[in-house]
Design a protein. Structure first.
Length: 519
């Protein structure tokens, strides 16, 4: 399909992926540094931010996440940009977002009347619940494209913000005639499991022993056999899909006792068929290896130890090429093998925060030199040996992630900053803040609740974020509560322990309220 560009672009008809489209995208991106310096440094400058929260990822992998269509609401934290009085926000979703949810976010805005902010917010819905790329849905709807284009009030100070960047987001930027604050999709391979390992190893980070760019079952068996031979007594190995996310694209295989088999290769083959534990529910060896053949994958040692953590660091490369440290977290992982992302605490633990900073700058410099801009994160598995933490770099997420929303909410609500020297977050008054966050709070008792009812429960039980104390609970994923009994929560407090305790108290209060309602 071809699309006719509007006046803000060039008036040309460009084919998606064509040389002409790629050239136009590069031209738009070249305008970004000047606009960034002119607009982003002035909170009172006129600007338009077009938010396309599309999860442009493998549809089969997305189907494994309950209520995934509502994950487009995770970037509603960007409504906090409306605290800047001349900022216009255009937010596009597959399904309509309830007004109660929009009002909830707008009332969190510090120092801005919600009516003033609402007048500068344009919410656009495709009204299409299919679990496919929102960006592609927009490209397939010229009427929606035209509506977005006509809604842009500040075309020379507009940019596209997205969850991750693919060819669809690039085409969308070109058709809207605006630059995109994300890495060129031509660089997306740098965020795959295989290229992550290679890049991180090249800049001097430690990665788990393993093999990249595997393409079929034979490659997987060869890699597992080699790891077994190199590591005496290796208990477990991980097999990962190159484009998996949130741990759902991982599988675990026990290698314990393989050395006792007459034929180690035959034993590994047998175990692949009968003992491979896929993290995603309903996944089996055959379907998993079929996906690996389609997208590639890695095999690596499963790092284990008596004291094991899963920290991460988040960075940003701005359009001028400056590296910015954003945050650090300790991830909360669940599932039978501890592979599924369930939440995080901020900041990461004190003993290794600075180590994470250093790793982030090493990787960031390499990504910048290769032309990337926008947010990225690095995940680690860290084990303590003789009192020292050894960090194994696992992957690069060349996109926004599960830690983006909670940190942005903290930053917007408190107007505080993350101190790169100490790894602490401080408000303008010098007070420290921390949080516990999850996007996977699920309870059968929440099913049937409307977002308005959930918000009412939170207010009645004094859970709502308090601007005067700059502590409290902020909800998200509210659209998923009715059908899936699922919500997200950010618990903000003075320190990590207090944030976790506040979270637990909030869960208890919501559970009691839901039980009372059900009687």
């Amino acid at each position: 399909m071809t699309f006719v560009l509007g006046p803000a672009s060039t008036g040309l008809t460009l084919q998606p992926g064509s040389d002409e489209e790629l050239a136009r995208f590069e031209e738009l991106q070249r305008t970004f540094p000047e606009m960034y310096e002119r607009v982003f440094q002035d909170p009172k400058a006129e600007r338009t931010v077009i938010v396309i929260p599309s999860l442009s990822l493998d549809p089969d992998e997305l189907e494994k996440i309950a209520g995934v269509i509502h994950y487009e609401e995770r970037l509603l934290c960007l409504l906090m940009l409306l605290r800047m009085p001349r900022t216009q926000l255009i937010y596009v979703t597959s399904l309509p977002v309830e007004e109660a949810v929009i009002d909830y976010y707008l009332h969190l805005l510090p120092g801005v009347p919600s009516a003033h902010a609402r007048a500068r917010l344009e919410m656009i819905s495709i009204d299409d619940a299919a679990v496919t790329s929102l960006s592609q849905k927009i490209l397939d709807r010229p009427d929606i494209l035209d509506r977005i284009r006509r809604s842009i009030q500040h075309p020379t100070a507009a940019h596209l913000s997205c969850f991750n960047s693919t060819a669809a987001e690039r085409s969308l930027a070109v058709r809207l005639g605006v630059p995109m604050y994300a890495a060129d999709p031509m660089l997306s391979h740098l965020g795959s499991k295989s290229m992550s390992r290679s890049l991180m190893r090249d800049v001097g980070l430690t990665v788990p022993d393993g093999f990249e760019q595997l393409r079929d079952r034979g490659d997987v068996v060869d890699a597992l056999l080699a790891l077994h031979q190199r590591h005496s007594g290796l208990e477990h190995a991980l097999v990962k899909l190159d484009e998996g996310f949130s741990g759902e694209g991982n599988a675990v295989l026990s290698l314990s006792g393989v050395e006792d088999a007459v034929d180690a290769r035959a034993e590994i083959n047998r175990r692949l068929d009968s003992e491979l534990r896929c993290v995603a529910p309903g996944e089996d060896c055959q379907s998993f290896l079929e996906k690996l053949a389609a997208m590639g994958g890695v095999v690596e040692v499963m790092v284990e130890g008596p004291r094991k953590r899963s920290p991460s660091v988040q960075m940003r490369i701005d359009p001028t090429g400056r590296l910015q440290l954003v945050s650090t977290h300790d991830q909360v992982l669940g599932g039978s093998d501890g592979q599924v992302f369930e939440g995080c605490t901020f900041p990461a633990r004190r003993p290794y925060r600075v180590d994470l900073h250093d790793a982030g700058f090493l990787v960031g410099a390499e990504l910048r030199d290769r032309g990337a801009i926008g947010r990225f994160g690095i995940d680690f598995v860290s084990v303590q040996h003789d009192g020292q933490w050894v960090h194994n770099a696992i992957e690069i997420n060349l996109r926004k992630g599960g830690t983006t929303l909670p940190y942005l909410m903290l930053q917007f609500l408190t107007n505080g900053t993350y101190d790169g020297e100490t790894g602490r977050f401080r408000t303008p008054a010098g007070a420290t803040r921390a949080y516990y966050a999850t996007d996977n709070l699920v309870s059968p008792g929440y099913k049937g609740l409307t977002p308005a009812e959930l918000i009412d429960m939170a207010v009645f039980n004094d859970l709502h974020f308090d601007a005067s104390s700059q502590e409290g609970i902020v909800f998200h994923l509210l659209g998923a509560v009715t059908d899936y009994g699922k919500i997200g929560m950010v618990s903000i407090a003075k320190n990590r322990r207090a944030a976790i305790e506040r979270y637990k108290s909030a869960v208890d209060a919501l559970t009691r309220a839901a039980e009372t309602r059900a009687r």
